[in-house]
Ligand binder design. Sequence first.
Ligand code: NAP
Ligand code: ZN
Length: 349
Amino acid sequence: MSVSVPALVLEGAAERFVRGAVERRDPGPRDIVIEIAYAGICHSDIHAGRGEWGDIFTFPLTPGHEITGTVAAIGSEVTSRAVGDRVGVGCFVDSCGECAPCSAGEQQYCERGTVFTYGSQGRDGVNTQGGYSTSIVVDERYVLGIPDALPLDQAAPLLCAGVTLYAPLTRFGAGPGKKVAIVGLGGLGHMGVKIAHALGAEVTVISRTLAKREDALRLGAVDYLASSDPEALAAAAERFDLIVNTVSAPIDVDAIAGLVRLGGAIVFVGMPPEPLSFDVYSLTSKRRILAGSNIGGIPETQEMLEFCARNELGADIEIVTADEVSDTWDRVVAGDVRYRAVIDIASLS
Ligand code: NAP
Ligand code: ZN
């Protein structure tokens, strides 16, 4: 049995959203029914919904993996949450729970295949559908608690953008005495600046132009470079201990790697559809580390939420209605949203 709930639906990769419905399963003993209040718009939704990552998504598709809301009902065996609790769901809703990564709390790297919040096949064989909808049913082990200090709308982008930056920043040692650069000041990038600053690092933003300079300084950066300015890049050669690249399009890897000090790291979280190429000398010449990172596991996501609550780090958001989402996607691609659009799900009911 299942119930139909209102949702924004893409019928195909080149389509605009239509108002439709998705099916939600009847809650099992360990399931939580969440009434969704807000859903952030991640650039990954756009890559997926527009077929930019190839043919891996099935339509009709309802994206959305930055979800906050309240618990509407719980299954008979649920102990972690109660009706009315403020909760969130990020990029995945299931995993095997038994492999080495799952046992280590890194469910996003599940060896048997993470079940992502949308566009995956769930254990029941049904395709998952995401948060651009009024409710979702999720196993309690994949539901996060939203601390009271975080408003639900500003918290939604933390479930993907927040943890996607928190994970590499903490893993690669961003903290006091470290110079960190964030490339691309969008949804991910602006959370990267806030989090790296709160971790105690000295943060620089590398953006295409000087247009976002004041915002970057307000968010916690102490310096700002335009990647379109070769002289500014030359002056910053070998300056950074860590660079996290959040850009949704290809970048000049050699130019950015040249800014990393001996033995430092450049970590990719931005996932452009196109393959990148670079000169290996850019790494070997200074024993640089080239790495990638994918979102964060459940314990790490909860830790990030507590960290953001303690440091009062919500996302800088722009609230949009359900009928504005197709146009908002165009605005995200044009770089016109500062810095995360969040759908007010009440406008969908
Ligand atoms: P976003 O809000 O659109 O921000 C991307 C930023 O990249 C823009 O603000 C812009 O920064 C820069 N940019 C955009 N187009 C560019 C171009 N043609 N050339 C150079 N720079 C460009 O996107 P987002 O939601 O932060 O997501 C960023 C990327 O991360 C996407 O590819 C997304 O799929 C990926 N992602 C990865 C993970 C993960 O776990 N690894 C998780 C979530 C998202 P400036 O204007 O400052 O230059
Ligand atoms: Zn995302």
